[in-house]
Write a protein that binds this ligand. Structure first.
Ligand code: 3HC
Length: 677
């Protein structure tokens, strides 16, 4: 065994235990693969050894290939080679699983002849989420053991399954004691030591199920839209079941894996994996900073945002006190929370008991004084600076010393809000995205005086409530909405040049955005921010609002809507646009889809560059995380800044100049230097 190998072996009489100790997640890097190979060789060569066990130290079994090695020259044996060697062993090898056996880690277990797991273990092949597929035989072995349906689900959707589900599917042979994994695995190894023939997944045959494949594709069509990897995963699973010999199936799998690995989509998705984790780190705050304890949360406002925000904490088991000004509004807010939970329970996401448990830790009240014992109070009332300042003044007097006071404002100045208190160091922005119980982004707004431990506490809080947090400085609209605001003007210019709204929207949805500019306006409400004077018509928006075209809520806005909220282009809107167009001096101009995308998105990239230059975002990848998790930017395009790199920054600059948009200095500098974000 090489010096300082992360793999060591221990003998227990006739059983050799091969142990990996490669923190934090036992990724299968070169040294681990070499060590595993050496461990198996040792067990095979030693006549006194009758069986082997593979297990891991630390918090988890192998969590997959080492993603940081991807795209670099391969060192040591390939994972597929090591797994084939395990399977070829003439002595039984037992995988002893705890934590998460993921990706290559799951594939190692499938090469083993037997698998035992603790009840809390999970196993899965999430490679598809990195734009990949299990590339070490996983797509060929899973269907041979567990059948087509589960194999499709595990590979092409990529969510891990519980030890119990894996046991039922034959992927786990025995569930063992939570605290006695090694001893139970050794005992199991002894039980099977003399059993022959050895069960080898590669020698099994899977039955084809074309109907299941078609149904699966249909059921997931929306989810898979735009992504390359799901189809490749499905093709590999089909190969495993259509009579293709195992070795040929593995070769097919390898070729598909390499195609995906070389593509832009997987590069974008791997980049996002690390970007998301990087975002949690605040450069000037040491990792070990002592955090404030958040055992109880207060939420002011029981509207859509306040209710959604509360749900995040209740779901994580953190008690919430929710405050409203009137009983009926409070009842309505609490009713919506309950209904949302009950709907989820009906869909089988959790039990009715769990609903009651979550509702049981919610305290509705009409008195701000009841927030006195909260460790964190989040304000989620309407966007008005004076009202917010008044509220923060009150909260300052009520909240206990050390409590964090947060505002959910989406664009107001957090420093000004903090100025209404005597503790600006305890004030921070926590900008949730609607629907707040669903959208994963949490923009954390760091005020000029926000204390480091307050920021660190809120950043750390994101994980238990299922959010991805990104730090933003104080600027209008912060990172996300500041960039979003850049696309309104070019969209309007295109309308004035004769491009219909549905064309503009389609270009965006074809690009992979969940909705276009005008679909979003209809969802949010065309009347939001409208001056409410139907006789004052200065813009197309004013004209729509004056006619009651307020969006989905009035069944007409930029589009007409049927009973099922299906949109169709509106002749009335087309007329209004044409009226404005003919009065403007704009000449008609044709746009290709690519030009529409450039016109809308390059100004956003440009704004992202300004945000970076001003230090409002820590890093370009943080900007990308905001867009992926807050606005549904297609992850396979890696966020606006990553996407701009793939387009070429010189091309972005040229596109902005062509449309008369002043280019941000940082973008210009980078483009001229041939650099990337
Ligand atoms: N390779 C390299 N680094 C990894 C890694 C991997 N497979 N998995 C996690 N890490 C790193 C993370 O980047 C993070 O680093 P940091 O501390 O410097 O930010 C650290 O390990 C801890 O990770 P998390 O913060 O994510 O820890 P959690 O406890 O929240 O989650 C986990 C643990 C569930 C294992 C999660 O890390 C995860 O999902 N990992 C990726 C699993 C995966 O995608 N595996 C498939 C890899 S591809 C593959 O196997 C190809 C094969 O088929 C050939």
């Amino acid at each position: 065994m090489p010096d300082a190998s992360p793999i060591r072996t221990e003998r227990h009489d006739d059983v050799l235990v091969i142990i990996s100790d490669n923190p934090p997640v036992n990724a299968l890097g070169a040294a681990v693969r070499m060590g595993l190979e050496a461990g198996i060789k040792e067990g095979v060569a030693d006549a006194s050894i009758k069986a082997m066990v593979i297990r891991c130290d630390g918090r988890t079994f192998f969590a997959g290939a080492d993603i940081t090695e991807f795209g670099k020259p391969m060192q040591g044996p390939g994972l597929g080679t090591v797994i084939d060697m395990i399977e070829a062993s003439d002595k039984p090898v037992v995988a002893a699983i705890h934590g998460t056996a993921l990706g290559g880690g799951c594939e190692v277990t499938l090469g083993c002849h037997y698998r035992v797991a603790v009840p809390s273990a999970k196993i899965g092949t999430p490679e598809v989420k990195l734009g990949l597929l299990p590339g070490a035989g996983g797509t060929q072995r899973i269907p041979r053991i567990a059948g087509v349906k589960l194999a499709l689900q595990m590979t092409a959707v990529g969510d891990p399954i519980s030890a119990k589900a894996a046991h039922e599917a034959g992927l786990i042979d025995r569930i063992v004691g939570e605290d006695s994994l090694e001893a139970d695995a050794i005992a199991f190894a002894r039980e099977v030591a003399d059993k022959r023939p050895l069960p080898r997944a590669s020698e099994k045959t899977a039955t084809a199920d074309p109907q299941a494949v078609e149904e699966f594709k249909k059921a997931n069509a929306r989810k898979f839209r735009g992504f390359d990897a799901p189809a490749a995963n499905i093709a590999c699973v089909v190969k495993a079941t259509d009579g293709t010999p195992f070795a040929d199936g593995v070769k097919f799998e390898r070729d598909e894996f390499m195609k995906l690995m070389m593509g832009t989509q997987s590069a974008a998705q791997r980049y996002m994996f690390f970007a998301e984790r990087q975002a949690a780190k605040v450069d000037d705050i040491p990792a070990g900073t002592a955090l404030r304890k958040i055992a109880k949360v207060g939420v002011v406002g029981a509207g859509t945002m306040g209710g959604g925000i509360s749900m995040n904490f209740l779901s994580a088991g953190i008690p919430v006190t929710i405050v409203e000004t009137a009983q009926d509004a409070l009842d309505r807010g609490v009713g919506v929370i309950r209904r949302n939970y009950e709907n989820s329970a009906k869909k089988g996401r959790f039990t009715q008991d769990k609903v009651e448990a979550m509702m049981g830790i919610l305290t509705p009240t009409l008195s701000l004084d009841d927030l006195a014992d909260c460790d964190l109070v989040i304000e989620a009332i309407y966007e008005n600076m004076d009202v917010k300042k008044e509220l923060f003044g009150k909260l300052d007097a009520i909240a206990k010393p050390g409590a964090i006071l947060a505002s959910n404002t989406s664009y107001l100045n957090v420093d000004e809000i903090a100025g209404a208190t005597k503790r600006p160091e305890d004030v921070i922005g926590m900008h949730f995205f609607s629907p707040a119980n669903v959208m994963k982004l949490l923009e954390v707004v760091r005020g000029a005086k926000t204390a480091p431990d307050v920021l660190a506490t809120v950043m750390a809080l994101a994980k238990p409530i299922g959010k991805v947090a990104v730090v933003s400085g104080v600027c209008p609209g912060f990172i996300g909405n500041r960039m979003l605001s850049q696309r309104g003007a070019p969209a309007n210019t295109m309308l004035m040049q004769g491009v219909p709204p549905e064309r503009i929207d389609k270009a965006l949805t074809d690009f992979g955005m969940p909705m276009g500019v005008y679909q979003m306006s209809d969802l949010a409400g065309v009347d939001i921010g409208w001056h409410r004077d139907p006789t004052r018509i200065e813009s197309i928006r004013d004209a729509l609002a004056a006619k009651g075209r307020w969006g989905q809520k009035t069944k007409k806005g930029w589009y007409d809507y049927d009973e099922n909220r299906n949109p169709s282009p509106s002749p009335e809107v087309a007329e209004i646009i044409e009226e404005f167009r003919s009065k403007s001096n704009q000449a008609r101009r044709d746009y290709t889809d690519e030009e529409i995308i450039g016109a809308l998105l390059y100004p956003m990239v440009n704004e992202g560059a300004k945000i970076l230059d001003e230090g409002m975002a820590q890093r370009a990848s943080d900007v990308d995380v905001v867009w992926i998790y807050g606005y549904g930017w297609p992850v396979y395009r890696g966020g606006p800044m990553f996407w701009a790199n793939t387009v070429g920054l010189d091309k972005v600059v040229a596109g902005l100049e062509k449309n008369g948009v002043p280019v941000a200095p940082l973008l210009k500098r980078k483009a001229e230097a041939g650099e990337k974000f």
